[in-house]
Design a protein. Sequence first.
Length: 212
Amino acid sequence: MVLGAGCGSETLGTNGAGGRGPRTGAGGSGGATTAGVGGGADAVGSGGATTGGVSGGADAGGAAGSDIGSACRESSDCGGGMFYELCLPAGQTSCGICAPSACVTDTDCATDGGAPRICQPDWCGCSLQCVSGCLTDTDCGEAQSCGADHHCAGIVCDPAASGSCPVNFGCGADGRCARRACTLASDCGAATSTCLDNLCSSTTGTCQGLAL
């Protein structure tokens, strides 16, 4: 289970991050400098001087524009399905270099004006950070509740009962609801569903460049 930033986690299944090639096409490789294959002493084999560059592809020279900032329902809506762009929840940016962890347990986090501070993974799941804990269920995300430890967690559900979690969520083996994993919006089971950062959602996302 991968935990998100802010309060609690809501991931069911593997949280993959789709990636596509760079937005700006690189120039073709090969061409005149590519040795012929299969040609004799006086012949140019396949891939020889008459072969054009291959790595630039249809996007060589960077003729196409970027979709960054555009609304999306799934990552295939971004960059023509070819570039390093992801469909992420509005206001969320893609993961870059992981920041060093700032804590190990909640006791490592100082209180902030009396408000609880908790230690949990950032939304990328690569380091632990001190964040504000929840006080009530309204401080948590969809299908989550606030625990006595000020951590948000998925609402209780019955793994054996169909429909015990809201749309876009499934009941995990731990008996709590979590967002369904997806690749396409159609994986989520509802006509209005979206697939943001490989998780089913009911909101529209924004195309963001993949941080390197």
